[in-house]
Design a protein around this ligand. Structure first.
Ligand SMILES: Cc1cc2nc3c(=O)[nH]c(=O)nc-3n(C[C@H](O)[C@H](O)[C@H](O)COP(=O)(O)O)c2cc1C
Length: 385
């Protein structure tokens, strides 16, 4: 490590808003909030352990509407009763020097009926999910669409009030905003569906409402990011070219960053004019000069992070790796790179301060996290470039 290490360079997202380094804790659901969506002690401890080094912490996705709850133990920002816990969460993160960013979310058609109001699963259209073919999806009425747009605004107002430094709009991973943008899940024939411009209308309306709320309520720099998935597998799903169009429109509205959700930073497009160049490089070329790009996906070691930053992408998020190694940045900064864990054992829950519900998912989902019989560190990882 040296003071020149690209990982440790501060980055100004805008005037008066400097992030202390290039690493971000990726948004990760931890299934550990109370049943009413309020923040639990386990979550506070989990974020406390992970906020001492990274530049920003993006929280687990928080539901903005009662029709949009996606998971058991999901954090809520839907009502004022969520405020005290959110305040504690923001403070826990900020006091350790990281910017606290609340991810705001509506699950749409992926929601479980037992988690949403009246068991009513809503989405742009009734296109059944393969994993739950029997579950009908009720197409949203126009007034409901407008009301969800307002819910994103209200969630932003609460995030400001609770002391967060920003919000990230969850437009990725197949949830409501993406469902509207995708021709696979949006079959509407009104002004909220149809051609590309109409399918963008809902995500853009959410961004504009969030920005309007910030202009109205924030008395300090408060940033707005937007997360998107660049492609879908379905034949009629989102293509990289569609994403170029969406990100151009998003960038025109000047969000503070765009965040591309990838499982592998270097992954190549499924279908595009150029299927050889990694998606992240094409996106950086397309919008990087307009809006800072954040990227994510299977980055574990500092060398992998440096290689990714060398592309010009200014911000990198760590997902599973920051669960496995809460002090990732601290170890880079204090020259303890060889001690960075890149796998965990089933005995590590307390050492790593992971809430039990998240831990159970990790150890019961083979192949999701690197779990082995003994902890592996960077030093032992011969495959590191
Ligand atoms: C436990 C877990 C929960 C996640 N929850 C969210 C979430 O709430 N919001 C989101 O945008 N992405 C979520 N993701 C995706 C991550 O943010 C990230 O994009 C993904 O894990 C790939 O990064 P990684 O290879 O560094 O883990 C989740 C991932 C994991 C492992």
């Amino acid at each position: 490590m040296s003071s020149q290490d690209p990982i440790l360079q501060p980055f100004a997202l805008r005037d008066n808003f400097v992030v202390r380094n290039r690493m971000v804790m990726a948004p990760m659901t931890n299934f550990s909030s109370h049943a009413d969506g309020t923040v639990s002690e386990e979550e506070i401890a989990y974020y406390t352990a992970r906020s001492g080094g990274v530049g920003m912490v993006i929280t687990a996705c928080a539901y903005v509407s009662t029709s949009g709850v996606g998971f058991d133990g999901e954090i809520g920002v839907q009502a004022d009763r969520h405020l005290p816990g959110l305040r504690r969460l923001a403070e826990t993160i900020e006091v350790r020097g990281a910017k606290a960013i609340l991810q705001i979310f509506h699950g749409g058609r992926t929601c479980r009926p037992d988690l949403v109001e009246n068991g009513d699963v809503v989405g742009p259209s009734d296109v059944r999910l393969e994993r739950a073919p029997a579950q009908p999806i009720r197409p949203l009425r126009e007034e409901e669409i407008l009301s969800i747009v307002q819910d994103f605004g209200e969630a932003t107002r609460r995030a400001i009030k609770a002391g967060f430094s920003g919000v990230e709009i969850h437009g990725a991973n197949g949830y409501l905003l993406q469902q509207f943008f995708s021709a696979h899940t949006n079959r509407r024939t009104d002004d909220w569906g149809g051609d590309l411009q109409r399918r963008m209308r809902f995500p853009l309306a959410v961004l504009e409402e969030v920005q309007r709320t910030v202009a109205l309520h924030a008395d300090r720099p408060f940033i707005v990011g937007y997360r998107f998935s660049p492609e879908e597998a379905d034949d009629d799903g989102i293509t990289l070219e569609d994403t170029f169009a969406l990100t151009s429109e998003l960038a025109k509205r000047k969000p503070d960053y765009l965040h591309v959700s990838l499982s592998d930073f270097w992954s190549r497009p499924r279908r595009a004019a150029d299927i050889e160049t990694p998606r992240v490089l094409q996106l950086q070329r397309h919008i990087g000069h307009l809006t800072p790009l954040m990227a994510v996906g299977s980055i574990h070691t500092p060398d992998e992070a440096r290689l990714a930053l060398a592309t010009g992408v200014p911000l990198l998020a760590l997902g599973r790796e920051i669960v496995v190694e809460p002090e990732w940045v601290e170890k880079v900064a204090s020259n303890r790179t060889n001690d960075i864990r890149i796998s965990l054992t089933k005995q590590d829950r307390e050492t790593l301060v992971v809430p039990e519900p998240l831990w159970n998912s990790i150890v019961n989902t083979p192949g999701w996290f690197p779990v082995s019989d003994e902890v592996k560190c960077v030093e032992a990882d011969k495959s590191t470039p």
